[in-house]
Design a protein around this ligand. Structure first.
Ligand code: SAM
Length: 264
């Protein structure tokens, strides 16, 4: 096989561990959804995915396109695999969704844009399940619960848009070539496709978590009138001393509705 030099700028750490590849395949949801893979790389995960389901893959690196086209020539011919040469964030921008029907996102993500990709997949109405390899520290933020010190705006958003979110298992650096500097984890999210977050909700959360170790009321007092804020705390029975990570996702959602409705 051609020797490919992994490119740092594209977050290329190729997964070589067959045990991990098998475990990812075993974690796939049992449904008839199409698969979308982001960053097929040298095609090791792709090879396993196309055995089970029709797959569409998005790859940005021009140097990998020829390799993938010849590796999957048969599957492309049989229309079981489609390779799209583009930056996946541009594809979302242009098309709105990565696939025209229901799909599950399964990928070993490029870590430099992993958070953006997951947040974008939350907004894609056709995406139902997400199984992705990401940096363990980031996976812990997505799967954190209220009260955990890692509970941040990412955890709040995930709780609101998902039926279930779990960290499935960890993957050590030695499973990749080249090995990344950090431990990785497989994150599983089953989306609640009925939920659509208001476009300004993220801005509200940004203010809530602006100083994560200060009281939430302090963070909000710089953007919301003090008396109005105090009324919201009373109506929702929120303790004034709570820090941002101690407030539940559902309370954040209720607070946001009140703030939004209260603004003239
Ligand atoms: N799936 C392969 C594997 O498991 O060995 C490769 C995973 S590697 C961590 C990330 C892959 O994402 C690389 O193939 C990289 O070129 C690709 N990639 C990076 N940025 C991308 C982008 N913006 N859009 C699409 N693919 C991207």
């Amino acid at each position: 096989m051609e020797k490919v030099i992994a490119k740092k700028k594209f977050g290329q750490n190729f997964l070589k561990d067959h045990t991990v590849l098998n475990k990812i395949i075993q974690s796939m949801p049992n449904n008839n959804n199409h698969i979308v893979e982001i960053g097929p790389g040298l095609g090791d995960l792709t090879k396993n995915l196309v055995k089970y389901k029709d797959t569409t893959a998005y790859e940005v690196d021009t140097d990998l396109i020829g390799i993938l086209n010849s590796k999957f020539a048969k599957e492309i011919e049989e229309k079981r695999f489609e390779l799209i040469h583009t930056d996946v964030l541009d594809a979302w921008e242009k098309k709105g969704s990565l696939y025209e029907g229901k799909y599950d996102l399964i990928a070993n993500l490029p870590y430099y844009i992993a958070t953006n990709i997951i947040l974008r997949a939350f907004e894609d109405v056709n995406c139902e399940n997400i199984i992705v390899m990401i940096q363990k520290e980031v996976a812990e933020k997505f799967s954190a619960n209220e009260g955990d010190k890692e509970f941040s705006s990412l955890g709040v958003i995930t709780k609101l848009v998902s039926k279930e979110c779990r960290l499935l298992f960890d993957v050590p650096p030695e499973s990749f070539d080249p090995p990344p500097k950090v431990t990785s984890s497989i994150l599983y999210v089953s989306k609640d496709t009925n939920v659509e977050l208001d476009k300004d909700f993220k801005k509200f959360l940004k203010a809530c978590f602006s100083q994560p170790r200060k009281k939430l009321s302090k963070n909000l007092s710089s953007v919301i009138d003090k008396e109005f804020l105090s009324n919201i705390y009373n109506e929702l029975n929120i303790k004034e001393t709570l820090r941002p990570h101690e407030v539940s996702a559902s309370l954040y959602s209720q607070m946001y509705t009140k703030v939004k409705n209260g603004k003239k």
